[in-house]
Design a protein around this ligand. Structure first.
Ligand code: HEC
Ligand code: HEC
Length: 217
């Protein structure tokens, strides 16, 4: 798998039948396929999809789910707004023993600014800086800081630290240690995968989850 994937990306040779340079057209002068093309043809998430099915789907997908629903749209603006308006909704914390957060009071453009602040934590390139700055002021003045930090460093607050939330770095660290004091501490109900999944596999899962932010349902 790895050999074929690398071969297709870098046009390296690969021993065995059927190997060799792979391009869209077979024409050596044709432009290199873009990463987006590669995504469709070579399924870089193939391993992550398999791992997700084996290790994560039981709790995060389907009618017997005991955890927030994960899938396309997760951590998009729409998802974040839905959470802020209804943290205990069925897609969110409704099926967990968590669920201490009340719906936010902000509405309209204030709510949009808060959404943008959370959305930007993943590193999303299309986050709007002006709106993020307004969101940050509302976050500090609007009671969120009673329970949340948004700096990655602070530990032990009653709500999870929202810094870098949804980024590949955060997701891969979270999968290793969801009960870290930065996040859910002793309220955590998710198993830790730090000793069950190799860093590369956690990273692969993190990138796969991050890809849902811009895929629609
Ligand atoms: C035994 C059930 C269970 C399994 C298995 C499980 N999770 Fe979770 N997961 C949870 C629960 C419950 C939460 C809610 C927060 C908490 O308890 O820490 C959660 C939270 C999350 C969140 C954060 C949701 C958010 O918006 O803050 C992500 C991302 C996540 N899990 C990914 C995974 C991945 C990836 C795997 C597989 C490697 C996995 N989970 C396996 C139960 C599980
Ligand atoms: C009384 C404490 C409290 C306040 C105030 C609070 N939250 Fe939370 N928040 C939590 C807790 C606890 C969680 C973890 C989920 C749960 O238990 O509901 C959480 C989770 C979150 C999440 C993560 C959802 C996820 O799936 O990972 C976001 C985003 C969030 N809060 C944003 C906000 C914003 C924005 C405000 C201010 C308008 C706010 N919170 C105010 C306690 C609070």
């Amino acid at each position: 798998m790895r050999c074929i994937f690398l071969a297709s990306l870098f046009l390296l040779g690969c021993p065995g039948p059927g190997a060799g340079p792979v391009t869209g057209t077979g024409d050596p002068l044709a432009p290199r396929s873009s990463p987006a093309d590669a995504g469709v043809k070579y399924e870089p998430f193939a391993r992550a999809k398999k791992l997700f099915g084996q290790k994560c789907a039981g709790c995060h997908i389907g009618s017997r789910r005991q955890a927030p629903r994960l899938g396309p749209g997760y951590n998009s603006r729409v998802w974040i707004k839905g959470f802020l308006l209804n943290p205990n909704g069925d897609d969110y914390y409704g099926r967990t023993k968590l669920g201490k957060m009340k719906p936010v009071k902000q509405r309209g453009s204030d709510l949009d600014a808060l959404v943008e602040l959370i959305y930007s934590q993943s590193g999303a390139k299309d986050a709007k800086p002006d709106l993020v700055a307004i969101g940050r002021k509302l976050f500090d003045a609007g009671g969120c800081t009673d329970c949340h930090a948004i700096d990655w460093k602070t530990e032990g607050n009653s709500g999870p630290n929202l810094g870098k939330r949804g980024s590949a770095d955060m997701l891969s660290a979270f999968i290793a240690e969801p009960g870290h004091e930065r996040w859910y501490g002793d309220k955590n109900q998710m198993p830790r995968f730090g000793d069950k999944l190799k860093p590369a596999d956690r990273r692969a899962l993190a990138s796969y989850i991050l890809s849902w932010q811009s895929s629609s349902e």
